[in-house]
Design a binder for this molecule. Sequence first.
Ligand code: NDP
Length: 294
Amino acid sequence: MNLLDGKLVSAKIKEDIARDAAAFTAEAGRRPHLVAILVGNDGGSETYVASKMRNCELVGFESTNIRYDVTITEAELIAKIQEINADAAIDGLIVQLPLPKHIDPDKVTEAIDYRKDVDGFHPINLGRMQRNLPCFIPATPYGIMLMLAHYNIETAGKHAVVVGRSNIVGSPMSILLARNSNPGNCTVTLTHSRTANLKEEILRADIVVAAIGKKNFVTADMIKEGAVIIDVGINRETSETTKSGFKLYGDVDFDAVAPKASWITPVPGGVGLMTIVGLLKNTLEAARGTIYAK
Ligand code: NDP
């Protein structure tokens, strides 16, 4: 078993981003700038946004966190997004999900200028990704592709099984793995809660991407010997033994699955760190105007 080490790979890529950000800042006279909007105070979201902001500063970006109470209306939120869309000094905008029930996430996503949509959730970016055109790729799948590339994992001709079909992870992941690119060129099976014989499907996989949101869902009996295992899951449980008061678990039963895997991502220390890298890379590209000209 070999570890797909998110700590190591993310640190290395962040060094490159920091160098490129410094060059941008020297030329443009300002830093790449990411704005994150956070509505409410969901514990997980707070942690993710704080980590995104911290990492922006670490690589030399400017970062702004705009916080709203859960009582903000959809119209107020969209008005703020439009104001940011029009602000030339802001390169990237993300709205942390989930949003409160009274706000439609699709409306919010589509209100963001696709040229600032560094989460890659806007239908224009998703459509362009599917067509293999330059676009912002959703951060988590992007980070996973960077991880596969870093370790030179052979993907062409392999059978990849993605478990979970969300708009932010599973679905875009299946598109990227199937694209005619490297990494890519997989034969992809996209599975979900209505998949019949899920275990048999996963057992046929050379590459498994687990994005379900259920602790230790993927067990050793579901895995083919030598498979590559990508665990996207972040399942938080309260814990008395950690300083933070909670502990993170993946969607894969790491201890049982690792001995059968050729490569595997740990949780924490795997995909989560690569997601940040995906977001930082998108923000840098937004600032430079290399994907969409300014
Ligand atoms: P969603 O809840 O949006 O999607 C979960 C998917 O899993 C759905 O497609 C669902 O199927 C499927 N699913 C649920 N139960 C089963 C089952 N019993 N068998 C097969 N499929 C099932 O989650 P996300 O995609 O947003 O996130 C998935 C996990 O990844 C979560 O733990 C989340 O915290 C984590 N995550 C981690 C990130 C990172 O940076 N590492 C980033 C984003 C998410 P159906 O569509 O039929 O309901």
